[in-house]
Design a protein around this ligand. Structure first.
Ligand code: ZN
Length: 224
């Protein structure tokens, strides 16, 4: 992976975190944003990020996404990795390695970083005195709700019937290092909003996942 861009801000202080715009080789397994191992910095891959936004906002019933706020959340997640010292995306020839740490530890680190970002958004939104940060945090939270809506449209329309059986392709984790992205978004929304609705959405997803892990016939053929 090659560093293309420079630091976002030319006036840096020791607490600043440099963000590098990077490009991965075609077909490389990679991610929109990452903290590379051994670096107090962030990698953002604009091509992969734009493809993510396209994928998540294209299709029946999808809402347009404001990429700026989705990126803000992703960056906060990565800062969460730095804050909790659970960094270390390892790249080999531009490919993200899934197996550099124990899979369960990797997933727990992802959940921790999500929690860091969600807690920060929530705290900013709940500030008594409204500021620019409050408005920005609210905008990020709204974007996460829209992302969740779009994912719901994918599961309901594109994957009709998947909920009933907990179709593994939809409800299980896609790889060893990251929990299922749909589940993560539902969980983050619940961490931020904490409403009975966000809880119900999360529970419904987790119930489906349990059904998928323990498949039972949809009907009992012995009963007429
Ligand atoms: Zn992460």
């Amino acid at each position: 992976m090659s560093a293309q861009g420079g630091k976002l801000n030319s006036r840096t202080s020791p607490t600043d975190i440099p963000v590098y715009l990077v490009k991965a080789p075609p077909m490389a397994r990679t991610t929109p944003a990452a903290v590379p191992k051994g670096c107090r910095c962030l990698f953002v891959n604009p091509d992969v990020f734009n493809a993510f936004i396209r994928e998540q906002s294209t299709g029946d019933g999808r809402l347009g996404l404001n990429a700026r706020y989705v990126l803000t959340f992703m960056l906060l997640h990565e800062v969460g990795h730095l804050a909790k010292k659970t960094t270390g995306a390892e790249f080999e020839d531009g490919n993200l390695s899934e197996l550099n740490i124990d899979p369960s530890l990797a997933k727990a680190s992802e959940e921790d970083a999500d929690e860091f970002a969600a807690d920060l958004i929530k705290a900013l939104m709940q500030r008594k005195k409204a500021s620019d940060e409050t408005l920005e945090a609210t905008a990020v939270s709204m974007e996460l709700s829209k992302l969740s809506w779009n994912m719901q449209a994918y599961r309901t329309l594109d994957q009709f019937g998947a909920l009933a059986v907990g179709k593994p392709e939809v409800f299980f984790d896609k790889n060893l290092s990251h929990p299922n992205l749909h589940w993560r978004v539902l969980r983050m929304n619940h961490l931020i909003q904490g409403s009975s609705d966000t809880k119900m959405l999360l529970d419904t997803f987790e119930d489906a996942r349990r059904r998928g892990a323990n498949p039972e016939p949809l009907y009992d053929p012995s009963k007429k």
